[in-house]
Design a protein around this ligand. Structure first.
Ligand SMILES: [Zn+2]
Length: 822
């Protein structure tokens, strides 16, 4: 059980900011004990006089003094210590015992199963800093931090600022430039560290010792990308990177993809690549590196005043990350990756009941704001900034951004400040643009009406956004020759002068809209789509099919027919890596004949595998798709024995992919899975082992999985997620149906078992999405009717309930279409 901590409300942050200026933090941490660490913080600040509070989420508060006078530690409640301050300068000293955590927040402790070594890293975002040190935890109370760390003697310790080991196990760090509390990090343990430099900036990479070989192999690419991005960001902004060293730490059990801590970025360590990966995974990593680097300027030098503007951070980093990767690295096709991997994330989020405007989304407190770190803040926001850039041009766009960065250097600012900077730089009045794209929620839907040869625009319910869309339409004649027309859609119906067999609206993502294909175009695309050599066009068409399923206007049969023909000859491994898992989740189980549908998808990717060049990324992506879709135990067993197709090697990732599939098909027992884990007990194996155990179709496996979300067995964040996704497998209703009710009964008390980021993960990964039963939907709706439900639980449950309802509609639609056809 966790004591509930209060989430900071915006009104409280405004009041505290009006009262305080923080001059400096000195933080000393003693990491030499096993389960807890000692934390001593000295804070120098001035106050205008009045009442406020300090944030501290400690296990035990040992002592607290204000200007040398002891205060009563017993006053700490709900993570807050009340302070009554006279006007003037003050010094607070806080000594506390803190707990290491295993949920990826605060000071996360990981014991590497491969060798028993202990690793620690700090994740202060977004309100976890007080579980590491006492502070005034809000983004607009910035101050320099000076860190001292005592650690076991064989550890290295890396922080935001350059540091040195001054004595055995004692590390002292230089003061940082002013930082928000959520940026403060350290990475400590017997990490394998690689150093280099570029343009006067000391570069570093680190990962657990058991990943040393992989990090050594990947270092050249990682450092090359880092150098290329630094050069480009320096060119674009004309402002030097100001945080000293630039270290990139690959850390275990990280919740997000990465975190942009100034001077010491932390990444999920799956990005070190122990096993062979596709180009899609490499592009994802490259854009993540560029994204985090963009934050060093936009977010770290100038930080949003409050979390409601954090979209701007993410939208900007997402846009710049894709752009810089495509412009200056080997991954010139980063925007194609974005089309496959990111676009639908934003569009789906924007069509959920929980949709919100990109900007000014009313993040009343920090916990609510965390839930807005979604596809809207990243993917949609990036698309809107890309449109804005196209409208004002690079010169004005960057002049405004640079003015903004210089004016608010090491401080905080708002969206209004940035828009004012753009207008000073020459942008025309941006209020219409902001009203159309940033202050309204939900995408318009653009669809093709063949009878009248026009584009129909349907706007979401609510206040009319009056958006004008400018985009290209790709059309194909019956012979399969594609051409492009530009369209400006300012009204509900826009005639377009074309005669075509297939029409794909906005395949190049010029605007932000959900797009649909008409029935005749879908039928034509079965023949025509495989014949286009334009990967962006194929991605655009597939995204329209995905929207068709999401809006329950396209049947699973229609989608399957296009995928079957296209995937069999697809040249882009990104398409296989994204579309096949989506089809297995969201198309196959909704088909009137799921077994037949899965076989057809499997046959298509098998044909792609057979014709792929040996050793190519495409072959690897096709093989991953074949493994995920096969029902042949004999094939899986043969691959597990090492007889993979020539050009492929059964490495850690592939071995566990095969084992998870065998487990799902009831062809490998729990004991055998345990033996595979013992033979190669890496952190990755442990997560995949958990997934495989939970995926077995038997009562013991599902109970084993359930014990982990119900808090009977404590597992780390990544294992918890894998177990939940393993529990619910399509076709296993005989063993899973009994867990539908316990899931909904558990939800109200789930916040006493899991907190923060992991709470959302638990709600999502254990939701019974495979239970395509109207009663399950009713059960979900009944829980949503409970007034006392925790906000994080509610927010996730609202969206999952919507997803289940949509799936049920597709099932109905597909069944009806099938009955009409036969
Ligand atoms: Zn980011």
């Amino acid at each position: 059980m966790r004591a509930p901590h209060l989430s900071l409300r915006q009104s409280e942050a405004v009041a505290r900011r009006a009262l305080l200026e923080v001059e400096r933090y000195d933080v000393s941490l003693d990491l030499t004990a096993d389960a807890t660490f000692a934390s001593r913080t000295r804070i120098n600040f001035t106050s205008r006089g009045g009442q406020t509070f300090l944030d501290l989420k400690s296990r035990r508060l040992d002592a607290i003094t204000l200007d040398g006078d002891g205060l009563d530690p017993g006053q700490l409640e709900g993570g807050r210590f009340p302070l009554h301050l006279s006007p003037g300068s003050h010094e607070l000293v806080v000594e506390a015992e803190m707990a290491f955590r295993n949920d990826g927040e605060g000071l996360h402790l990981h014991v590497d199963p491969a060798d028993g070594r202990r690793y620690v890293y700090a994740m202060s975002f977004m309100d976890a800093a007080p579980s590491i040190f006492a502070c005034f935890d809000q983004p607009d109370l910035k101050a320099p931090f000076t860190l001292t760390v005592l650690a076991p003697e064989d550890w290295s310790v890396i922080g935001n600022a350059p540091g040195t080991q001054t004595d055995a196990g004692r590390w002292e760090f230089a003061p940082t430039p002013p930082l928000s509390t959520y940026f403060v990090t350290l990475v400590a343990g017997p990490y394998h560290v690689i150093t280099d430099s570029h343009d006067g900036i000391a570069l570093g990479l680190s990962a657990r010792r058991s990943l040393a070989g992989a990090l050594d192999r990947e270092a050249d690419e990682l450092l090359t990308l880092t150098r290329q991005c630094f050069d480009e960001f320096h060119r674009l902004f004309g402002i030097r990177y100001p945080f000293g060293n630039y270290h990139q730490a690959f850390v275990p059990e990280f919740n997000a993809g990465a975190m942009e801590n100034p001077g010491c970025v932390t990444y999920r360590d799956a990005m070190v690549f122990e096993s062979r990966v596709t180009r899609a995974a490499r592009i994802h990593r490259a854009t993540t590196i560029a994204h985090e680097m963009a934050h060093q300027w936009f977010g770290n030098i100038v930080t949003p005043q409050w979390w409601d503007d954090l979209w701007l951070n993410e939208s900007f980093a997402e846009y710049m990350g894709n752009r810089v990767t495509a412009d200056v690295t080997a991954y010139t096709d980063a925007w194609t990756h974005n089309a496959y991997a990111r676009r639908q994330w934003g569009l789906v989020a924007d069509q959920r009941p929980s949709t919100h405007p990109v900007a000014g989304n009313g993040a009343a407190d920090a916990a609510t704001a965390l839930q807005n770190f979604d596809g809207i803040s990243y993917s949609k926001g990036s698309s809107i900034l890309k449109q804005l850039n196209a409208q004002m041009g690079d010169d004005v766009f960057f002049a405004g951004v640079v003015d903004h960065l210089q004016r608010h250097r090491f401080g905080n600012a708002t969206m209004h400040d940035l828009f004012a900077a753009w207008e000073r730089a020459g942008a025309i009045d941006l209020s219409d643009f902001a009203a159309s794209w940033l202050h309204t929620a939900g995408p318009d839907t653009l669809s093709w009406e063949p009878a009248t040869a026009s584009v129909l625009r349907t706007s979401p319910a609510g206040p009319p956004a009056g958006r004008v869309h400018t985009f290209r339409v790709a059309t194909a004649g019956a012979a399969g020759t594609w051409s492009e027309v530009s369209v400006r859609a300012a009204h509900g119906v826009t005639p377009v002068d074309v005669e075509a067999a297939a029409v794909v609206i906005d395949p190049y993502e010029d605007t932000w809209a959900a797009t649909l294909l008409d029935r005749a175009s879908i039928e034509s695309l079965v023949e025509l789509l495989p014949r286009t050599e334009d990967p962006r066009l194929r991605a655009g068409a597939v995204n329209a099919l995905r929207t068709g399923i999401h809006q329950a206007t396209t049947t699973s049969s229609q989608v399957l027919a296009v995928l079957e023909s296209t995937l069999a000859t697809e040249e882009n491994d990104d398409a296989l890596s994204t579309v096949v898992p989506w089809a297995l989740r969201s198309v196959v189980p909704l088909h009137h004949d799921p077994t037949g549908a899965q076989r057809r998808l499997h046959d298509a990717v098998s044909r792609r595998l057979a014709s792929a060049t040996e050793g190519s990324d495409l072959q690897l992506a096709a093989f991953q798709s074949v493994v995920a879709s096969t029902t042949s135990v004999a094939d899986l067993q043969r691959w597990l024995d090492g007889h993979t197709p020539p050009g492929l090697h059964l490495d850690l990732d592939l071995r566990w992919a095969v084992l998870v599939r065998l487990a799902t098909l009831d062809a490998v027992g729990a004991d055998d899975l345990d033996r595979h884990l013992e033979a190669e007990p890496t952190a990755r194996s442990r997560v995949e082992h958990a997934r495989a155990r939970a995926s077995r179709p038997d009562a013991e496996a599902k109970a084993w999985a359930w014990a982990r979300v119900a808090g009977e067995v404590d597992v780390s964040n990544h294992e918890l997620e894998a177990v939940g996704l393993g529990l619910w497998r399509p076709g296993q209703e005989r063993w899973t149906s009994q867990w539908v009710d316990p899931y909904f009964s558990l939800l109200p008390s789930l916040p006493t078992l899991h907190a923060g980021w992991v709470l959302g993960t638990a709600v999502r990964s254990f939701f019974p999405l495979t239970s395509l039963d109207p009663l399950t939907l009713q059960r979900a709706e009944a829980v949503l009717g409970q007034e006392q439900l925790d906000q994080t639980v509610r927010r996730n449950l609202v969206d999952l309930t919507d997803e289940l309802a949509r799936r049920l509609r597709v099932v109905d639609l597909s069944r009806t279409a099938h009955e009409e056809a036969t």
